[in-house]
Design a binder for this molecule. Sequence first.
Ligand SMILES: CCCCCCCCCCCCC/C=C/[C@@H](O)[C@H](CO[C@@H]1O[C@H](CO)[C@@H](O)[C@H](O)[C@H]1O)NC(=O)CCCCCCCCCCCCCCCCC
Length: 413
Amino acid sequence: MEGILYKWTNYISGWQPRWFVLDGGTLSYYDSQEDAWKGCKGSIKISVCEIQVHSSDSTRVDLTIPGEQYFYLKAINAAERQKWLVALGTAKACLTDNRTKREKELQENTEALKTKMSELRLYCDLLLQQVNKIKDSDELGNATEVEIDTGNMVKSTCTTFLKTLEECMQIANRTFSADMATQSPPGSPPVAAIKPQKVKPVNQLNQNIGEKFSDIRLDDDNGIPTQEFLDSCYAIVPVLDKLGSTVFAPVKMDFVGNIKKIHQKLMSEPDSFPTLQSIVLHEIQTDVSQVRNSATEALLWLRRGLKFLKEFLSEVNRGEQDIQGALNNAYGKTLRQYHGWVVRGVFALALRAAPSYQSFTAALVSREGDELKTGFIRGIHRDLGMYLPAMERQLAILDGLYEEHNLESDEVV
Ligand SMILES: CCCCCCCCCCCCC/C=C/[C@@H](O)[C@H](CO[C@@H]1O[C@H](CO)[C@@H](O)[C@H](O)[C@H]1O)NC(=O)CCCCCCCCCCCCCCCCC
């Protein structure tokens, strides 16, 4: 990269324009572009210098080799400085980089995510302004014209917002799905979507799902067996996989992440944690139940996710074929209250990728082609008729546990 930067000379001459060239990890400067042939007036090695931006001057960048050399520089404007910063940063990273490829990707994607998040924040502010404008124009009585204009703006801001959110999802996907693919989930049962298990034609639902929650046997104190519960939760994941949209990835990540956290707790002392209740009570006694990433917190969110699923499936079981509508209703009743605008946006995206009724029911079968058989939908309803009450019972027990120990939280994420 090359171009004009202002260089601090001294208190008499102040900032002077100079022609700078960044090449092969060295930044050199000349009196002017025309005078470059005369040779450079000075240079600094980027790999060993510190690059600092000024706290209040958005055009300034200081390059220093502590105790040795300094270049105090100013770009023509903030955008130009940004270009220089990227070029200098890249030169420095290339020359001093001994991170692994994965670490580099992670850092790059994290940076990209940060940028996208600030774009999202901007669109959100814009949306608020536009919505307020509509409200104001309503109050002033000159509604229609302004409303149509602003309405169009809102529409296009929403589209850009959702597109940016989608890009966020893709970056997050790139960044984190590699980890998910390589780490096998806790106590993972062979999953029907990947490896069909014993075939039992009477059961229309994916067997791992259809049977799991209703298979769980509670102990005499209504204790919910930890491993079986986690297996039942994990059995839901292949359905999300079959539905296949990348926008479900954050949902899967969150859901599987919580299963893992609880599983880790179980594995820390398998004999001490036969039931979910034993885990939660142990964390209460050891004063870690409210700690971030505790198993109790993971179970809180897993439970919320399951409640959402239960509401959604109940609507389907009542005959609702509008999958988007059913998801939306279930979301409103369960998760929405805990979500801020970013996560609500994630949900809006997931909603846009919601499958049709046919694709959704087809994703539930354990054997491909079963969805074409007579009585398939009847079978789904019959299986849901077993699955949902079992799930409901376990959720009610967990509700009681969280209520009794005051573990609920209304924190919004
Ligand atoms: C059919 C299509 C299904 C689409 C489902 C869309 C659901 C959208 C939910 C919104 C997006 C969630 C993305 C993640 C949000 C998280 O930020 C949030 C909070 O996370 C928690 O943060 C804690 C720290 O603050 C942390 O410590 C904790 O561990 C972490 O979890 N999480 C949530 O809001 C939970 C969302 C769970 C959503 C689970 C949905 C499961 C639905 C699966 C549908 C599968 C299809 C049916 C299967 C049929 C079976 C018979």
